[in-house]
Design a protein around this ligand. Structure first.
Ligand SMILES: *Cc1c(COP(=O)(O)O)cnc(C)c1O
Length: 223
């Protein structure tokens, strides 16, 4: 299974970049994967997963949590304001806080619910028009705004542009997090998590390298 291999590569990358062993958390990205593959990784003892879609996560995690006990599930996909309430009820962390209107909505819900998931600010380091995330030049003021709303910010997150060297994007995100006092860095996917670890990632989000390619056509079929 890809899982053991990825754990091993993460430990190797930690050592190679002088990071403390165990300082990088693996978020196993289970979106669109057959339940049987996800259950294998749960059976191997893994308890931290990432999902992109509120509805899909609502459909699978209550049952997995009944069967396997407490599992942390992080929201890593774009969050629509009208899905904020179920997202706050289901997820242990949200990596995609990226606009003032969402910050305001989360702050109001946090008051109602009396709790709030850990939050990462998503930064659009490549300033790509089609991509979610606050623009880098707006990140400092957005972080200040979110803090003024008493939101529990713990880190910053990015998805570098396809086909570009991700290293400068990881370095840029690390700078933004550092100057704003955010301890966590959510960066690195199947193709570049070792580079992200070298740049200080604390959370890597790895999907296909663990579970295999996602098949959007036959989402419910089990191989
Ligand atoms: C799907 C996804 C991942 C995982 O991607 P892989 O290339 O399969 O590892 C990581 N981060 C985000 C934000 C994603 O949407």
């Amino acid at each position: 299974m890809g899982y053991d291999d990825i754990l091993h590569r993460i430990r190797t990358a930690e050592t190679a970049s002088g990071r403390t062993a165990g300082s990088v958390q693996l978020i196993a990205v289970s979106k669109v994967q057959p339940d049987a593959r996800v259950a294998e990784v749960l059976s191997a003892g893994h308890r931290l997963f990432g999902e992109n879609y509120v509805q899909e996560a609502q459909g699978k995690w209550p049952a997995f949590r009944d069967k396997f006990g407490p599992v942390s599930v992080h929201m890593i996909g774009p969050l629509q304001t009208n899905k904020a309430k179920p997202a706050m009820e289901l997820f242990d962390a949200i990596h995609t806080l990226d606009r003032p209107s969402l910050a305001q909505r989360l702050a109001r819900l946090a008051q109602d619910l009396g709790r709030c998931p850990d939050l990462f600010v998503q930064v659009n380091t490549g300033a790509e028009p089609q991509k979610a995330g606050i623009l880098p030049q707006d990140a400092d003021s957005f972080i200040a705004t979110a803090r003024a709303l008493d939101l529990p910010l713990i880190g910053a997150m990015c998805i570098p542009p396809d086909g570009e060297d991700p290293a400068p994007h990881f370095a840029h995100l690390a700078q933004i997090a550092e100057r704003n006092g955010l301890p966590s860095l959510s960066m690195g996917m199947s193709g570049d998590f070792e580079t992200a670890i070298a740049h200080g990632a604390t959370h890597v989000r790895v999907g296909s390298a663990i579970f295999g390619e996602r098949d959007y056509g036959t989402k419910t079929s089990v191989p």
